[in-house]
Design a protein around this ligand. Structure first.
Ligand SMILES: Cc1cc2nc3c(=O)[nH]c(=O)nc-3n(C[C@H](O)[C@H](O)[C@H](O)COP(=O)(O)OP(=O)(O)OC[C@H]3O[C@@H](n4cnc5c(N)ncnc54)[C@H](O)[C@@H]3O)c2cc1C
Ligand code: SF4
Ligand code: SF4
Ligand code: SF4
Length: 406
């Protein structure tokens, strides 16, 4: 059995989960991740427990990341992408292009000096989990050493001499008996919606709020670093939107936003939180109990705002028509959170061509193509929550095992 090998594309929770299950079955695994970190979107999420766990799934992702990171039988390729696939006698020869990581993991101690002193915006990113080592990733397209040829601060100041800016990209050919595609999703970009994202500092997305809560525990306003007391969540931004031809529901945003609202309220009971929505999606088996409880904490407004205006004191005025109460509602908030939806991943088209895959009209991958030994899983197949992504990875592994006849 050990001679069988599977290559997994995408190191989010679905890819991590599939890698662990395959490894436990004695199947060799190559895990290819295009960024400098494993964990995908969900490793950026905060725990939303109040007085009890609300089953958001964030800690499960952390556990899987830890298990993969310490596993010598799962070979991880970071900063890497598939550029070609050729098939002979049922085996695939897959060409990977691996961009340099620049930071030597054997020397780096995660001290963070490079990140703190780097003058290039976004050139060095800090990861969200200490189970990702190094905790920092250097991206050449934003690094002044490569874009302006005038910086090598990090290389000079690193106390461990762990940074090597002269590292070159590499190509590897890896053989595999089957491929699992777990490239996940892309969050909807709300720049074209009339809500002032990237115009007003204190209009952020749900993904940005997840990151803020993960790093800082409180809902901090980007404009002044103060804790936001009045918060408006606007649902379905980029989902169920006929003007964009995005007719699907993103399924996870209602649950995610309401859990964030509750944890904020639990930490700061004086918070004033409004939730503007079309209708609330059921998100799990304890949904009804959770939903009944949340209504004590959050003002539910069944309407989506038209526009958002700035006020003279650096706040935001949200105006909409409340269908239920049949009246206009005006709300002044310190922070507006746009619950952006889930879209097909940005590499969807390229990967479809490279692997010769079929896709659905929505742009998500169809369930799997077993005749070719290619199986798709996780949010690459459509919007889903963490537990569903893990279940879907289990299904892809089961299909892979059937295909490999082991
Ligand atoms: C704002 C928000 C909040 C959410 N909150 C919750 C929550 O509280 N609870 C919950 O259960 N679910 C939540 N979800 C859903 C959750 O994010 C997904 O279920 C989960 O991330 C799906 O995991 P995945 O591995 O399929 O995809 P992803 O997390 O998107 O991971 C895909 C990985 O593949 C990599 N990749 C992409 N293209 C390539 C390529 N060409 N080559 C190599 N690697 C590639 C990406 O870099 C990424 O690491 C939320 C979603 C959003 C948008
Ligand atoms: S991360 Fe989510 S699932 Fe885990 S303890 Fe916290 S609330 Fe519960
Ligand atoms: S300065 Fe060096 S040791 Fe410190 S985090 Fe950066 S690469 Fe690692
Ligand atoms: S070379 Fe300069 S810009 Fe590039 S990562 Fe290092 S410190 Fe940042």
């Amino acid at each position: 059995m050990a001679h069988k090998k599977v290559l997994i594309i995408g190191g989010g929770v679905a890819g991590l989960s599939a890698a662990l299950e395959l490894e436990q079955l004695g199947i060799g695994v190559d895990l290819v991740e295009k960024t400098g970190f494993l964990g995908g979107h969900a490793i950026q999420y905060a725990c939303k427990a109040t007085d009890q766990c609300v089953k958001c799934g964030a800690c499960v992702v952390e556990e899987k990341l830890k298990a993969v990171s310490g596993n010598p039988d799962i070979r991880v390729f970071l900063n890497s992408q598939i550029i070609n696939m050729a098939k002979t006698d049922g085996r695939s020869a897959i060409t990977l292009r691996c961009q340099p990581t620049y930071i030597d993991p054997h020397k780096c101690t995660d001290c963070g000096q490079c990140y703190i002193q780097c003058p290039g915006e976004g050139a060095i990113e800090q990861g969200f989990s200490s189970n990702n080592h190094p905790l920092y990733a250097l991206y050449a397209d934003k690094c002044l050493h490569f874009t302006e040829q005038n910086c090598h601060i990090c290389e000079d100041i690193c106390p461990e001499k762990a940074i090597h800016l002269n590292m070159q990209s590499d190509e590897h050919i890896r053989e595999a008996d089957a491929i699992i595609v777990a490239i996940g999703f892309k969050a909807f970009d709300p720049v074209d919606k009339p809500y002032g994202w990237q115009v007003f500092d204190n209009v952020i997305t749900n993904l940005e709020l997840e990151r803020i809560l993960r790093r800082q525990s409180d809902a901090i306003r980007p404009s002044d670093g103060q804790i936001a007391r009045r918060i408006a969540f606007i649902q379905c931004v980029g989902s169920r939107d006929a003007t964009l031809n995005h007719l699907w529901c993103s399924k996870v945003c209602c649950g995610s936003a309401l859990r964030m609202a509750r944890v904020i309220k639990a930490r700061h009971p004086e918070s004033d939180i409004s939730f503007f929505y079309m209708d609330v999606q059921n998100f799990g088996k304890d949904f009804e109990i959770f939903y009944a409880a949340v209504q004590d904490d959050v003002r539910m407004v069944r309407s989506l705002p038209g526009d958002i205006y700035p006020t003279s004191d650096d706040c935001l005025r949200v105006i909409c028509f409340d269908q239920h109460e049949r009246q206009s509602v005006e709300q002044v908030s310190d922070l507006v959170v746009l619950s952006v939806g889930i879209k097909p991943g940005s590499d969807f088209g390229e990967l479809t061509d490279t692997l010769k895959l079929k896709s659905e009209l929505t742009g998500f991958f169809s369930v799997s193509q077993p005749e070719q030994g290619i199986f798709t899983t996780g949010a690459a197949t459509g919007p889903m929550a963490i537990d569903d992504a893990i279940a879907s990875a289990g299904q892809a592994v089961w299909q892979t095992v059937q295909y490999l006849k082991i």
